[in-house]
Design a protein around this ligand. Structure first.
Ligand code: 48H
Length: 274
């Protein structure tokens, strides 16, 4: 059979356009495809919710590929091991309460299971702003990462969702946008981003789960971003907390999506909507 080059082009553009158009109105949009965002997406999609993940980079998986300092092994505790078991990832006991896993096996499996669960992953796209209405955040503004990197003056497109998840890890990109554009209204002690504290695995692993919660109307923070937002410690290359944080957020959102989610807090004056 003779292959027609233009048919290949047409197939790619039509299929991508359909995928994009079919996913303009989501239950949940997740900014950042690291282990925390992907775990949230996976558990939501398994329950049948419409979820998109936007990832700036070409490949998804965030910071898990490199283990610790590029030694491609990760460590998890007892609860983290259960999360890896659920994904079918092999672990090896190192000592009581310490398990290791090959980081490449771990994150490639999470990526694969997430996509196969029905999550729409859009790589090479950055979240550059949020979309707002009188109830709070109601979606994101996105652009090609290449536009962002080349600093081209090109306006974004927008995608609507009931909830937006800040899963961009250490840089907290969505929250920095929100902090700039609303007047001191984040749900932290100071109303502002509190900033990540130095390394302490014990504290960091505990607080990353505690800090997984709503941080502005319809915006939830997960993974490393949660500790950076609420001012607690980083934890180094122990990844159980990322997965537990993702699972906790999925449970919160599953509960919310089952209810009327218009019970937003009073945010009058923080957001300017004509
Ligand atoms: C689209 C974006 C944008 C944007 C960034 O860094 P991640 O792996 O984040 P987590 O929270 O899933 O996992 C954190 C973990 O990898 C880690 O760094 C740990 C445990 N550190 C401990 C320590 O002590 O250092 O993934 C975030 C993803 C990345 O892939 C970014 O490219 C992406 O988000 N991203 N995607 N739009 N504006 N900003």
């Amino acid at each position: 059979m003779k292959l027609k080059d233009e048919k290949i082009t047409k197939a790619i553009i039509e299929r991508y356009a359909k995928k994009f158009v079919d996913n303009l109105n989501q239950d949940v949009i997740i900014a950042g495809a690291g282990p925390a965002g992907l775990t949230t997406a996976y558990h939501l999609a398994k329950e049948g919710f419409k979820v998109s993940v936007f990832e700036r980079k070409l490949s998804i998986g965030g910071g898990m590929w490199g283990g610790g300092m590029m030694f491609n092994e990760i460590v998890v505790g007892d609860d983290g091991k259960k999360m890896l078991d659920e994904f079918g990832i092999n672990t090896e006991k190192y000592d009581d309460g310490y398990y290791t896993a090959d980081s490449v096996e771990a994150i490639s499996t999470i990526c694969s299971k997430t996509v196969k669960a029905g999550v729409k992953v859009f790589n090479c796209i950055s979240v550059e702003d949020v979309m707002v209405d009188k109830n709070g955040v109601c979606g994101v503004a996105i652009n090609w990462s290449s536009v962002e990197i080349a600093n081209l003056h090109v306006d974004p497109l927008s995608v609507r969702s009931k909830f937006v998840v800040e899963a961009t890890g250490h840089p907290l990109e969505v929250l920095h946008i929100l902090e700039k554009k609303i007047d001191g209204g984040l749900f932290t002690k100071t109303g502002k981003i509190m900033g990540e504290k130095s390394m302490n695995a014990e504290i960091g692993e505990r607080t990353v789960v505690e800090n997984t919660k709503e941080i502005f109307n319809n915006v939830y923070v997960v993974g490393m971003a949660a500790n950076a937002a609420f001012g607690t410690n980083r934890m180094g290359p122990i990844f159980g907390g990322m997965l537990l944080s993702g699972k906790k957020l999925a449970d919160i959102l599953i509960d919310k999506l089952g209810k009327d989610n218009l019970d937003s807090k009073n945010i009058e004056g923080m957001i300017k909507v004509e």
